[in-house]
Design a protein. Sequence first.
Length: 271
Amino acid sequence: MLQKELLYAALGTGFTCLATVLGAAMVFFFKKEMGELTQKLFLGFAAGVMVAASVWSLLIPAMEMAEQQAAPGTPKALAVGLPVFAGFAAGAAFLLLLDQLMPHLHMGSDEPEGLPARLKRTTMIVLAVTLHNIPEGMAVGLTFSVAAADPSQGALAGAVALALGMALQNFPEGVAVSLPLKAQGIGNGKAFVCGALSGVVEPVFGLLIVLAAGQAVTVMPGLLAFAAGAMLYVVVEELIPEARLGEHSNTGTLSVLTGFLVMMMLDVFLG
């Protein structure tokens, strides 16, 4: 059974990784760097998608699964709250730790974060994008793993909806990595490879978390909540601040709401 879950997870995360690779390939077709306004709009859209995915594709299924697994007579607050709340907090703490330890440099910033390291600027930019692709890979990998174990069509449709949502925001993400690197004088080939590598982390962590879960269905609610906590940490700590377009920016707000609406519609219509 684990082989089937790994296969599903590989297909789902492979699809989202491919979207990043295709976005990075745009470096061969465009000469100019992505405008700051466009880049911030994409960041806002990604934030909205990830918030909606955390709720509809991860937290709600985690709560439902925890309630189904609860022993008869167990208070709902304990049966649902313990694995979901603990998993959510652990996911956020995991990303906080990575954020503090992994050397990385956000777009438009001159001050690197994480532990001091003698790394090239391009490497640190790629690591910054890689950092927030980790929870995306875990989320997609877990939902496809659940779909593999659940014979109902709704489970697979929900996983596909999540993968589509992640892919929609991964494509411009790949563009947002490769084009700025090209603008700094890096060749097309190297800029493409750097953009593509930022997405490879998704299948890696997607498969790792499925392997960690194994066939222990009882830990799945906590792991789904873990992925949700990690994704929301990225949204609050990185995406929304970077998507700000100025004080009281309606444009930035609308880009977040649009991403949320698109992901919500995908989950409702497909899931």
